[in-house]
Design a protein around this ligand. Structure first.
Ligand code: TYD
Length: 192
């Protein structure tokens, strides 16, 4: 089972993944979590480039598209363990939402694994900007408004649950558990 969390910066992906992880493990499931960009050399390079003031320009975005695809290729094998629930903080779906053009991003990510379940944490852009540090050049209102719209469009192509991420942490967490429960053979009563 490969579950992917997506959403704009500050949507709460890492907090919610941690809560879901704990809940699944407490219910006896074997879970592995991962994060993109990874901590590989390519991932480190990506994080430096994200802080450049020109990170949203066409030229740098195309470079990032290549690097994200390469970073992802390095962890492909880890996604094949069928005994585990693998939860990923971002995936190639981030590249589709953040980078362009879509046809090219699709080619670069031809071998990327499609999620069994996509959890899209949908957050207001203003809240996102208020929550994030602004350290990454992507963390600005205009850019993220476009990314949010892209996500809602892309979600239609996947088995996706859209979760309102403007609610409090506990409500968001229980909405996620309700969405995930049937995929991992747990009953909704286990959420309480
Ligand atoms: P993020 O989850 O925000 O990491 P952190 O909170 O540790 O800074 O990811 C870093 C940024 O990378 C984020 O703005 C989204 C962007 N990104 C892409 O543009 N394309 C991609 O394919 C991925 C995986 C991330």
């Amino acid at each position: 089972m490969y579950i992917v969390f997506e959403g704009i910066d500050g949507a709460g992906k890492s907090t919610q993944i941690q809560l879901l992880n704990e809940w699944l493990e407490n219910n006896g499931l074997e879970v592995e979590t991962m994060v993109e960009p990874t901590d590989s050399e390519v991932g480190k390079l990506i994080r430096r480039i994200l802080q450049r003031p020109d990170a949203t320009t066409d030229r740098v975005q195309k470079t990032l598209g290549l690097l994200f695809a390469a970073d992802r290729m390095l962890i492909m094998d880890k996604l094949e363990d069928e005994k585990k629930v693998i939860i990923s903080d971002r995936s190639f779906i981030s590249s589709l939402a953040y980078q362009e053009p879509a046809e090219w991003i699709e080619v670069l990510n031809k071998y990327a694994k499609k999620p069994d379940l996509l959890i899209l944490l949908d957050l207001d852009v203003k809240t996102s900007v208020a929550r994030t540090s602004g350290e990454d050049t992507f963390e600005n209102e205009e850019f993220l408004t476009n990314v949010k719209a892209n996500y809602l469009e892309i979600a239609k192509n996947f088995n996706c649950e859209i979760i309102n991420a403007n609610n409090g942490v506990n409500k968001v967490s229980s909405d996620i558990k309700k969405a995930v429960a049937p995929y991992v053979g747990l009953c909704k009563d286990c959420i309480l």
